[in-house]
Structures are given as structure tokens and as C-alpha cells.
Design a protein around this ligand. Structure first.
Ligand SMILES: [Zn+2]
Length: 493
């Protein structure tokens, strides 16, 4: 333990997580420079030996008192590290130095559909090792709207809201040319903005992607290099993905990619089938934890676990849906007919593009009239908007690709064209990102993250700046805030 840091430690009360970590650390730093060096308090005047000895004694007593105080503070802060709030400890204000790697490395892991709270479903010792020794968004990571897989994964790596990065849904039609985007579309024209792998390569550094929406798209300086950029194949066992990423750390130090992605389809896959409250989810969460354990083991064997900045996130949460919570568009026929051809997506994001000649405002008005009439089953749980009139916090208007009419459906409800006899219960996501069940996790672990720290929830568009900040490179402009990284990361030494 660094004795200098100990003696200079100003006992900081365990405060709420609201406390501004920047101010806190600056005050610690200034305390540090003012009085941490005991020798600066010492007088070197050789006037009398007695005076010198007396001063030395006083210094010693002061030092022991400070050390005892600091010890008390640290032991209390570490014992409470698993509780709900903890300020960064004084030892934790500066980034820890690298032992083996010669530059910062970020490993970005996504566990699809990992709803905030899943980490408590079952013992997750490996995920909790990252949480307890790292920095966690205390009430989860806030996805962007719509809370769907492709829009969110691409927001995480570009720092842009979907209206600006272009992936406004998992599938949509470009009204300018009638082309259809699907999750298998790899033409660069769809994928706007500058994803992290491109930013990294622009700085002469290496990136490696073991799956991530958009990573296979050859765009700008990123050509999806063989061996570093994997073509999506959902049947690759998770173990193989982890082991491949680990092998990058066997490369000579200068060739280790500084930014890597690792993607798991679970527990989203199970969530859709059975909803969030099923033993199958518990099992999937336990398996993701096992993969994190396998990763930690491999990094420890290579002596780099404490050197790598691991960021573990999900893209969105999950909520149960069942057949009694349905709204049928055909039930609106007495007010307005909505043919299936107008509907680009039903649920949970209802997106309607009427053909030319129809006035979207009239359609919105008639639909809402019907929905509010009390005569449409579950009508009150769907509200239809012109996209420009959606709440501005959704940032879901500024793109031609977003159809003019958007319906917001309440948590757990689904929109369908017409009533069928189908019985269905499962899980869904895509709802308003203010809905708590749509939240996912954020955990940062590594030399730039304080240990045992909880931070307030934030939107995933902040992650781009966080990563460029760790890598010490300039990123492209985006919707994240430039000051955000300093509120989450330890300050560079
Ligand atoms: Zn997803």
C-alpha cells in the first residue's frame, strides 16, 4: 500500500452517490500537495538538535494519527462496498498504473437483454466480483428509445441516438429509395456515425470485434480485418468467443488490440420465449456469469486482469407480455382503417407510414379518438403521435427513416393487426426507455474505475466518450456529454 497516499488521506465521510466526485478528488489532490509531504513541514535549520528532535517526534505522532484515521476510514469503506452507496475511497481517485500492458485496453462486453436486476436472480459470483471491485450504475444503464437490440448496440459504440446513427429499428424501410434494412444489412449507407472500432483504427490503433451490430460493415478506415473481426454466427459457443478474445492477450504487447467487443445473445433469447421471471432466465444468467468467470480466469493467468478495463453492459431489459394485454388495429376501423401495408412495425414500437396523399395528422387524430373512446379493448394503453410531437427526451424524430406516425404502448402491452386465437405469453422490449424494466446493467472494472463505487444511472450514449477517454484518443462528435467521463473514471495519474 502506498504510505504517502495513506498519510495524506483526508478522511472523507461516506457520502451519498450524489456527491460530485470531481470536486472530491480535487480537494483531496490539493490536500495532497499542501501537506502530504511531511518533509516540507520540517525545518532544516541546524539551530538546535533538540528542536529538530521535537519536531520529528511531533511529525511521527501526526503521521501515526493520520495512518490510524485512514485505516479506520478504509476498513469501514471496504466493509460497506457492497452496500448501496459508497464514495470513491481516497486511494481510488487516481487511475492505477498498468503492470503488463503498455497502453490502456478496453474490453466491451454485451449480454443481450440483461435486464437490470437479473444479477440478483441467482448467485453471480463473477459478475459480482466486477461489481464489488469496480464501478456500477446503481440503478442500471438507461437504453435509448426504441429499446431494441440494433438501435441500442449501435448507440453504445457511436454515442449517437438512433435518429442520428441511422439504425432507427431492427428493420425499416428507407422512404427515399424504398430499400429495406434488416439485421443482416451490411451496406455502409445504413450505418451512420463513427463506431468505436473506426475511431480506434483512425488513431493508428487496433480494434477487434467478436460480434457487435455494425462491426462487419466496412466503413471509413475499418475494413473488418480477418482474424480481428468475426462474421456473425449465433451458433459459435460462448466459450469459444471468450477463448478467442483471451488469445489476443497472447500477442506481443504492441499488437494487442486496444478495443475489443464480446457479444452474448443471452439472456435475451430466453427472455422473449418465457418472459423475465422464468427458471430458464435464471439458468441463462448463471451461464453468462460462468462466461465472465472464464474470462477473468484467462486474464488472470496472463497477468492482465487488473490491467484491462472491462465494461459489461446490456442493450435493454425485458418485460413479460401475455395474451390479455393486446391492442388490435382492426378494432379502430370505425374511426380509421389502418391497412397492414402502412405498418412498418407493430410492437412495442408501432410505426406507421401512410402512402402519399394521406395526412398523418388526420390519421393520428382519428386513431387517438378511437383509442380514447373506451370502446377499443385496451385502447387507453396505446397513444399515437406524429413523430415530431413525441416527448423530446426520446430523441426520435430527426430522421427520414423514422415513419411519421409513432405509437407508444404501455409496458407489457402489444399491438397486433387483428384478433387471432393464438395464445401467447413471453417477453418483450422496445418500450419507452423511461420504463424501468427496460433498464440494463453497466459495470466498469479495471485501472480507470474506482473500486466499489456506485454511480447514478445514465444513458448509453455516454459510453462512447467514456471509452475514447480511457483510450486517450479524440472521438467523433456525438450526443454524449464531454464532461461525463470525468464523473465516472478515475483521474489519470
Ligand atoms: Zn437485444
Amino acid at each position: 500500500m502506498d504510505s504517502d497516499a495513506l498519510t495524506s488521506a483526508k478522511p472523507v465521510p461516506l457520502s451519498t452517490h450524489e456527491e460530485d466526485p470531481i470536486n472530491q478528488s480535487t480537494s483531496l489532490l490539493s490536500f495532497n500537495t499542501d501537506s502530504s509531504d511531511p518533509s516540507s513541514n520540517r525545518t532544516h535549520k541546524p539551530s538546535t538538535t533538540i528542536l529538530f528532535i521535537a519536531l520529528l517526534l511531533i511529525t511521527c505522532i501526526a503521521l501515526s494519527a493520520a495512518a490510524a484515521f485512514a485505516f479506520l476510514f478504509f476498513s469501514s469503506s471496504s466493509s460497506s462496498s457492497s452496500s448501496s452507496s459508497s464514495a470513491p475511497s481516497a486511494l481510488d481517485t487516481t487511475a492505477r498504473s498498468l503492470n503488463k500492458l503498455d497502453k490502456p485496453v478496453v474490453l466491451l462486453i454485451s449480454s443481450d437483454g440483461f435486464r437490470f436486476g437479473y444479477q440478483f436472480k441467482t448467485p453471480t459470483p463473477n459478475i459480482h466480483r466486477l461489481i464489488n471491485n469496480g464501478t456500477e450504475a446503481e440503478t442500471g444503464l438507461i437504453p435509448v428509445f426504441p429499446t431494441l437490440t440494433f438501435p441500442n448496440h449501435y448507440s453504445i459504440v457511436t454515442g449517437l441516438y438512433p435518429a442520428y446513427h441511422g439504425i432507427i429499428n431492427n428493420h425499416f424501410v428507407d422512404p427515399n429509395n424504398g430499400d429495406t434494412f434488416t439485421m443482416a444489412s451490411h451496406e455502409p449507407k445504413w450505418w451512420l456515425g463513427e463506431p468505436l472500432w473506426e475511431t480506434v483504427v483512425n488513431h493508428g490503433l487496433k480494434a477487434a470485434t467478436y460480434f457487435w451490430p455494425g462491426s462487419e460493415v466496412k466503413k471509413g478506415s475499418w475494413d473488418c480485418p480477418k482474424g480481428l473481426c468475426m462474421n456473425y454466427n449465433g451458433s459459435v459457443p460462448f466459450e469459444e468467443r471468450v477463448d478467442t478474445v483471451l488469445k489476443y492477450f497472447d500477442l506481443p504487447s504492441s499488437e494487442i488490440p486496444v478495443f475489443m467487443t464480446l457479444y452474448f445473445e443471452d439472456p435475451d433469447h430466453q427472455g422473449h420465449k418465457v418472459g423475465p421471471d422464468d427458471p430458464e432466465i435464471t439458468e441463462a444468467v448463471a451461464n453468462i456469469d460462468k462466461m465472465i468467470g472464464r474470462l477473468i480466469d484467462g486474464l488472470e493467468k496472463r497477468g492482465v486482469f487488473e490491467d484491462v478495463n472491462i465494461i459489461m453492459v446490456g442493450d435493454h431489459g425485458m418485460v413479460g407480455t401475455c395474451d390479455k394485454k393486446l391492442i388490435f388495429l382492426d378494432a379502430l376501423a370505425s374511426w380509421i382503417e389502418i391497412p397492414a401495408e402502412w405498418v412498418q412495425s407493430y410492437s412495442p414500437l408501432l410505426a406507421i407510414r401512410p402512402p402519399a396523399g394521406y395526412n398523418p395528422s388526420d390519421i393520428v387524430e382519428k386513431m387517438n379518438e378511437g383509442l380514447k373512446s373506451g370502446k377499443v379493448e385496451n385502447g387507453k394503453y396505446l397513444k399515437v403521435y406524429l413523430k415530431e410531437e413525441l416527448p423530446s427526451r426520446l430523441h426520435y424524430a430527426a430522421s427520414d427513416r423514422i415513419p411519421p406516425i409513432i405509437g407508444l404502448v404501455e409496458e407489457g402491452f402489444k399491438v397486433e393487426q387483428k384478433k387471432t386465437n393464438r395464445k401467447e405469453c413471453g417477453g418483450s422490449h422496445g418500450y419507452d426507455n423511461a420504463v424501468f424494466s427496460m433498464r440494463t446493467i453497466f459495470i466498469g472494472h479495471g485501472p480507470q474505475f474506482a473500486r466499489g463505487r456506485k454511480v447514478p444511472s445514465f444513458e448509453n450514449v455516454q459510453i462512447y466518450n467514456l471509452i475514447t477517454s480511457i483510450l486517450k484518443i479524440n472521438g467523433a462528435s456525438n450526443n454524449g456529454s464531454a464532461s461525463f467521463p470525468s464523473s465516472i473514471l478515475l483521474h489519470s495519474a
